[in-house]
Design a protein around this ligand. Sequence first.
Ligand code: COS
Length: 686
Amino acid sequence: MILDQDTQELVALVREFVDKEIIPNVGEIEKNNNEGEEELLEKAIGMGLNALCVPAEYGGPGLTNVQVFSIAEEVARGDIGIGTTLIGNCLASYPVLLVGTDEQKRYWFKTMLEKKWAAFCLTEPGAGSDAGSVRTTAVEDGDYYVLNGTKSFISNGPIAGIYTVLASTRPKAGVLGLTAFMVERDLPGISIGKEEDKMGMRLSCTSEVIFDNVRVPKDHMLGKKNRGFKIIMETLDHSRGGVGAFGVGIAQRACEIATVYAKQRKQFGAPVANLQAVEQMLADMEIRTQTGRQMYLHAAELMDAGQPFTMEAAIAKTAGSDAGMANVVDGIQVMGGYGYMRDYPMEKLYRDAKILQIYEGTNQVQRGVIAGQMKKKYNEDGHKAPSSAPAKKSEAPKSAAPAPKPVEAPKAAPVPGKELNLLVCVKQVPDTTQIKIDPVKHTLIREGVPAIVNTFDTYALETALRLKDQVGGKVTVISMGLPAAKDALRECLAAGADEAYLITDRVFGGSDTLATSKIISTAIGVLEEKNGKPFDCIFCGKQAIDGDTGQVGPEISQHLNRALISYAVEVALQEDGSLKCKRESDEGYDYYAAKTPCIVTVNKTPYDLRYPNFISQRAARNAEIHELSSAEVVVPAEERGLAGSPTKVRKTYTPTHEKNGMKIEGLGGAEAAEKLVSLMTAAKLL
Ligand code: COS
């Protein structure tokens, strides 16, 4: 199966996050008793990775099963503990998606998104593979069911704000006496029991959840009374393909690590990757990975098409998790002694992979399910329909086509009366990190260099978005340039800006910073007139990446006659409505405040830039970028373009490199230190 464009783009976004944030950090997080995990999960939440199964009408991205599983593979390629935490929300949500009423879905997803995490409570000390032996009871009492019992090995148990729980409503009736409920964590009588100390998957928390006379409102019962077992079985059918995708994620990572290692490691005078015995192992690893991937994609395709998929989900789970395990075993073998050492990531993958053959139904249970389906499928008449099970429509999650209308996910309530109307000026620049020098001509090679948003402008945008997150309001972005600059504005919309304007007109071409500032200031005037009020704050990056002189912000301030604070690293709204900015100085930090409307130029801020979330990323792809031409932005001819640009470049030169060094020799430690301090003091470095 070939992934469509939309899925490829979502997967690429997640891969970037995994490569930048998960892979480089999880080893240390694990070693440091999960310190730093919460920050990582917050970033993932920002992207919407804890809301993968939430339909668009309930504030989610409305992804297909193919998309959810493809994303699951990517996350697991980074870490299955993080994956289990994030996608545990899907497992817990499936019973609601399958049989919940509209009101129940609304309640469930609102609560889950507000409280961030959910957990699926099926397993008990005496009900593992034998899921029908649940002993937790739910007894009717007026408008409530009263729950008593202990659930064990619950992923997300300690952090979840809401649970789906399977309990017995007709003891001794086995699978015909079980009922599913939505249970909020805050209810009196719920406590967290033993937290498990696991061999692997250490970035996922697992615990007992204890219910002691917990009163659950009757309208939180899911589906019909005593019909819970089927709901839970269908839930597992839905989630098992995702476990297969997790296995493929690990299998894929093992391929990457082992192949790169084998190409570098030399024995017998050549890379071990050239040894046939190693090639055989590498090839088997790739075969398992690709086969596992096609299995989970096939199960997901059937789910999206509303076809039966019980057997295919069990195959996907088995093939994917077996691929993960087999690949880390071979991966360690390819790496020899190094693979066995904690310094290398294969050791962690080895400990992580094992759980996938166990949880959400052991692979032996899966083979039982597959064999059961085979017995129904094949008989003396030969081959029957793909599966004899009645076609069951997968309600979870809904297809993405046609593109769902995004609904705002619940956010922290804005402070009434303080909502801010913010503008961010951005510009598109070549990614200087990718410019190479022609070794012969000694000139810059600009072809093929991607255009990006000026780095400091991205910090300006992040600052504005954080203010909006805190108090509510709107963020508009504006840029000037060729139509290609719309890509930069789309990036800003994907990050969370609300609307975008591009000033684009041939007559503005060739403008220097003075003319640019004049044109942008005029355009701001046009937008403010349209809005009927000034922007509370106009943000600009400090404009340093392309040799600019940092003039635009100050010049806009002059044109608009508004206060300017430059080089801010943090901005906060104060009680009196003014903006307080923190700036770095030689002595430490300075704080300045300005009454709105004002202008702030932003330096590199201490906080991380956000990743786009799925909803805004998709919306940005087709969003309208409003164009402003010289007909609307009226600037006299002598103040725009080349004619309005008095700045002339007289001479450019590359400063010569000078290296000054001094060796302090012949002195003992204390004397040498003293000498160093006196030299540095004389040079005014101390
Ligand atoms: N979809 C819909 N209905 C299903 C079903 C499925 N995938 N699997 C079983 N059912 C139904 C059966 O059709 C049967 O109903 P009818 O009598 O009306 O036909 C009922 O459920 C009982 O089925 P069965 O007799 O097969 O149940 P068992 O108790 O023998 O259990 C297994 C079957 C082993 C497959 C089940 O207990 C299981 O999946 N165990 C593993 C649980 C698990 O994954 N635990 C991990 C923890 S959760 S993270």
